[in-house]
Design a protein around this ligand. Structure first.
Ligand SMILES: [Zn+2]
Length: 178
């Protein structure tokens, strides 16, 4: 009987180990897993990186802009200027003015943060593995000034399936010139 129980226990433990390994390989939200979207270094639209000291960013940005973009913060859901906005135009980086997202790719994700299916150009953003808060995510940064913008997830709408979840405070909306 003891042998039977031991066998059951071994099978159960093996099942848990296999399930954990499968989750990790699929890039689930577990720490140590692969990021949802592969890391990628983008390029500035004008080929010029913007590098400033913390003091310079402090002087240029509001406290909330600084907290989110330079200190990897997150604004409260539904608190930003753009989560519910349908205004036509382009969203630029609040730090360096690089065009990042187009209102044509913005969709209502129901999360309380502005959500986009893609960047205006793939090179306008840099994607970096973020293992903070006990899970593995893909951090989205401005490729020109390395501002923290938000994260990208793989539960977006087809065909691309991506959801760029971006802080309003990291963006500046510029109406499209007609
Ligand atoms: Zn920037």
């Amino acid at each position: 009987m003891n042998t039977y129980r031991t066998a059951i226990a071994v099978v159960l433990v093996a099942a848990v180990v296999v399930a954990f390994a499968v989750l990790l390989m699929r890039g689930g939200a577990l720490p140590g897993g692969a990021p949802p979207v592969p890391d990628r270094v983008g390029k500035p639209f004008d080929g010029k990186k913007v590098v400033k000291t913390d003091a310079e960013w402090c002087a240029q940005l509001t406290e909330e802009q600084y907290r989110v973009t330079r200190a990897h913060g997150t604004e409260r859901a539904c608190s930003g200027a753009f989560w519910n906005s349908k205004d036509d135009g382009v969203y630029e980086c609040v730090c360096c003015g690089q065009p990042l997202f187009d209102s044509g790719t913005k969709f209502d994700s129901g999360t309380g943060w502005p959500s986009f299916t893609e960047a205006v150009e793939l090179d306008r953003v840099t994607l970096k593995t973020d293992r903070g808060i006990g899970m593995t995510r893909s951090e989205v940064l401005c490729s020109r000034c390395d501002a923290h913008l938000g994260h990208v997830f793989t539960d977006g709408p087809p065909p691309g399936g991506l959801r760029y979840c971006i802080n309003s405070v990291a963006l500046k909306h510029v109406p499209r010139v007609k």
